[in-house]
Design a protein around this ligand. Sequence first.
Ligand SMILES: [Zn+2]
Length: 192
Amino acid sequence: MLLPLYIYVKKRKKSLFEKSDLEHFKHEVEIYFSNRHPMVPLDYSIFKTSKEQATSDNMEEVMVIEDLVSQFIHMPYSLKTQPSVGKELLWATYEENSFVKKDKIPKDLSQRKELVYRRDLQTCKRCGQKLKPTDAYLGMIKKIEDGGTYHLENLVTFCVDCNRIVKADEPAKLASSLKIYDDLIHLSNRYS
Ligand SMILES: [Zn+2]
């Protein structure tokens, strides 16, 4: 049976429009990652695969977002000892306070956090996101329970998502609660 013309035109228009939507979305995603998480090596082939495999248009976006978030979670990253800062920046009780007992926090933690943030050039050391002081998290290379200390070489600046990913035993489970997931949903909503 032939489709009435108006339905045919509507369908055709919609699919043409959606094709360019996915391209726009891809462009926005590339801009988002280069601005926000420049150190994440992304593979964008999911944009092509999703087109071939998705059973609905909404499915395309979901597949793309889940793939990108998964790449963000699983990108290779190893926790390494961080650079020292000049001794003139440290204080009399620095050394002593670096060794705190488990479950205790050094009194000068905010001072340490600020120095680490400056040393790390206000940037998440995992994904490269530029951070305001209030958005910066202090990560530990070696955990206290594994013999880690509060020396600056054992501390590192992370964004909210990287901080959670690095700490998690099963980071894949965090996917839909990460900020990056919300950001990508927000971007995709502009094209649906
Ligand atoms: Zn990060």
